[in-house]
Design a protein around this ligand. Sequence first.
Ligand SMILES: Nc1ncnc2c1ncn2[C@@H]1O[C@H](COP(=O)(O)OP(=O)(O)OP(=O)(O)O)[C@@H](O)[C@H]1O
Length: 336
Amino acid sequence: MSIEIVNVGKRFGDFVALDEVSVSIPSGRLTALLGPSGGGKSTLLRIVAGLERADTGKVEIEGVDATGLPPQKRNVGFVFQQYAAFKHLSVRRNVAFGLEIRKRPKDEIRRRVDELLALVHLEQFADRLPAQLSGGQRQRMALARALAVEPTVLLLDEPFGALDAKVRKELRDWLRRLHDEVHVTTVFVTHDQEEALEVADEIVVINDGRVEQIGSPDELYDRPANEFVMRFLGPVTQLGDQLVRPHDLQLSTEGGDQAGLPGRVTRVTRIGFEIRVEVTADDGQTVTVTLTRNEFLALGIQADSAVRIRLAPNSPTTTATSPAQRAAAPSLAATH
Ligand SMILES: Nc1ncnc2c1ncn2[C@@H]1O[C@H](COP(=O)(O)OP(=O)(O)OP(=O)(O)O)[C@@H](O)[C@H]1O
């Protein structure tokens, strides 16, 4: 294990930001700290970086007790959402900065910076100033600068958070490929479940200062430990007392399979490639089912059709603790 976080607690006044958090972060992997805003992700990352002191507990980095060490002695690279570059220095000098203050030989610095600029695809921008880069390019420069001093771990706090959705997605793919090339132990904070599921090897779900679950994207998605994780990782609907994913539900019509919960279609909404069908079960519960367009057309259903709802085999479920949603005033209007 590369980073061992053991019983770390942190308060701000009376507010408990982290409550006895223990996490083992494996070497050479890309780990996401995922959770809602205010849950404590950044605080935990800052404690690992040494930018914040834990009140209790211990942080070990590659077998070394780092709990009392200042940031510069921890050999960590850090990238924030809003990267503070040296505005008056070129991209090349920004990337070289950490090596220059370590007084490495000039030749070595030039070679290393060229390698890093190639790695982050910024060779042709080496002589520009940071202000002459796009937001995505600036974050790539920040990563090159963090990697320059060969950190043991790379810590990224919502590195793409300030960028628009398209650039964000590109950088996400790029980070995954970069990590496959460099293999430096990386921990990144995100509140975006899709980002975590797509990029991370391992996800730590943090909420309310506590760890809700740790696992691979598949483990979290297929075997959520509790209602919070189930709800946070994707859309849910309630069937009886179980929370399920709307795309794990199947519908059958009269004359078809007679297993499952009977009800009537109350609303049909098309959202891009999928069709969202709202069914009011005979017991009053409203259940949302998502179908592909082809599945929907094959069923030939419309508003007021009688249907049965069934859960596809081997689908993840968790027991709901909140009461089932009841249909308020069932609308018979269908929209396409
Ligand atoms: N220096 C501070 N003083 C007081 N409260 C703080 C301080 N830093 C963080 N907090 C509080 O601790 C809680 C956890 O903050 P943290 O930034 O770790 O959450 P987060 O999960 O990273 O959320 P976000 O995604 O919004 O950054 C928040 O409620 C925040 O207001």
